[in-house]
Design a protein around this ligand. Structure first.
Ligand SMILES: C[S@@+](CC[C@H](N)C(=O)[O-])C[C@H]1O[C@@H](n2cnc3c(N)ncnc32)[C@H](O)[C@@H]1O
Length: 260
């Protein structure tokens, strides 16, 4: 199923700062610091937990996302930025699809996550660049990339609109953006999944990571994230010429696509 902005119910134009708000955060700075510390703390077991909690479907989502951008990835003149790259799995999936053509750069502000990405690419002999940077203040000139992706990272930004503006700034005209995010399905499946997501997943995550907090933050952050009609509104309001939403796996993940 694919839905464009024209297909969704009109909403009021969104206003005000909306972004991640981990427990205890009082403003954007403390929210960003809490997110950075949280991912730093779970970095050692992040990959294992990701695969266990998603039952390995995460690999399918990364791969589906890369296929959407095949033409850009197969162009040797293109540069691609994977924002909030974490331990690098989305960036590696982009690199596999690119087959040595587009140059891939991964960026994240949690050093322990990025350290693992860099170690994995050195071990696998991959040619990717890794940059420690805040997604809201990227150290790149305007119009540097033909594609910006973000897998399960955008939801953690302290200001979603500022995140979209920064993506637009670094995209060249005609460049594309793919934001892959967790989402909540509706209907009966949504109720069953909601039970797993809110009651079961936080317990498994906490037990396996040995860290209190991040796996309760996960469902709370997904609940807080704009629903597809609002997210598409925000993308259009930020300046994307086109914006669409594609649900993956009954809607437990979503790909937001935008074109500058
Ligand atoms: C759930 S992980 C996703 C990692 C990876 N993309 C994946 O698919 O497995 C979210 C990542 O976003 C990063 N992140 C959150 N806010 C960020 C920001 N403002 N700037 C840079 N990275 C950020 C975190 O450090 C974390 O590594």
């Amino acid at each position: 199923m694919k839905s464009s902005l024209q297909d969704v119910e009109p909403t009021d134009r969104p206003t005000g700062v909306v972004g991640a708000a981990p427990a205890g955060a009082t403003d954007q700075q403390t929210a960003a610091r809490a997110v950075q510390e949280m991912f730093g703390a779970i970095a050692p077991r992040y990959d294992l937990l990701n695969h266990v909690l998603s039952m390995n479907v995460d690999r399918l989502w990364w791969w589906r996302t890369t296929r959407k951008f095949d033409a850009i990835l197969k162009n040797p003149a293109e540069r691609v930025l994977d924002l909030c790259c974490g331990t690098g799995e989305m960036a590696f999936a982009l690199e596999r699809q690119a087959q040595g053509n587009a140059k891939i750069v991964g960026a994240d502000f949690a050093h322990p996550m990025l350290f693992r990405a860099a170690a994995k690419s050195a071990k696998r002999g991959k040619v990717l660049s890794w940059i420690e940077a805040d997604a809201l203040q990227l150290p790149f000139a305007g119009e540097s990339f033909g594609l910006v992706t973000s897998a399960f990272g955008f939801r953690n930004l302290a200001d979603y609109d500022a995140g979209l503006w920064e993506i637009l700034r670094v995209l060249r005209p005609g460049g594309e953006c793919g934001i892959l995010e967790c989402s909540e399905p509706e209907g009966v499946f949504g109720k069953v999944y909601g039970f797993y997501f809110r009651q079961v997943l936080p317990k498994i995550g906490t037990a396996l990571s040995g860290v209190q907090g991040p796996y309760s933050y996960l469902p709370a952050s997904v609940e807080r994230f704009p629903k597809p009609p609002e997210m598409l509104e925000r993308m259009r309001a930020a300046g994307f010429r086109e914006a669409t939403w594609t649900p993956y796996t009954f809607g437990i993940a979503s790909l937001y696509w935008g074109k500058k």
